[in-house]
Design a protein. Sequence first.
Length: 268
Amino acid sequence: MDTKEKWQISLQAAFTLVLMSGVPVFIKFTSANPYTIGIFRLGVATALMSVFLRMKSSSGTPPPRIMLLPLVIIGLLFGIHLLTYFLSIKRATASVGILGMSTYGVHLIFLGWLIRKHKPVITDFIALGLALAGTYFIIPEFSLSNDVAVGMALSITSGLCFALLPVIHQQYSFIPERLRVLSQFGIALAFFLFFLPLADWRLGEVDWWALIYLAIPGTFIAHSLWVRITTRLPTTIPSLIFYLIVPMAMFISHYWLGEPMPVEKVVG
């Protein structure tokens, strides 16, 4: 990877993290339930990616059978990641959801080490430790009440599924990137459609605007870029830069939703 490509990926990573930082805030803000959020987000993202793929490719040939299993696994993992993340935030709080998802960095470092042989160095563990400590400072209160415990378990599961995705994308990087992204969205949508009877579409205008943000900037753009970034970078780098989402999300929550910002949060 040359210097120019490194700069491009770095800029894409910064832009992606900004888009992703608003996602937990909008999930908590909208009155839409997790199933409505997932079906709308993935439906719009899948449609846009299908159009984009058709514009960029003149071939309508379906992928070889050897590609189908990893594509299905990618989509199912993404679907489980989204569902558990939504349920965590709705069941507990956005803070609990972010805290559980922050285990993504831990999962990804060790998965990359075990599967992709991206051996971390001591500075990676120091940076990871500081990021985790900062995340705990940010959480204003933590108690093992039922909702919090369930929410934490769900968000940790979400973090594990999300951490598996870069490893699989790297393993099957020979599959065209756009096809992997389309499968990630489309198969996750098929997974969410099993919960269609639980979706509730009686929403206010602001709820629809929140869903549009979650679908286009928060899914179609952000996750398409994140696939590109995590496919090209060693797993140790995305595992650490992902933690920038936490303070950005808290900043947005403070100035938009009025979430308190005491000293310990600033320290975190």
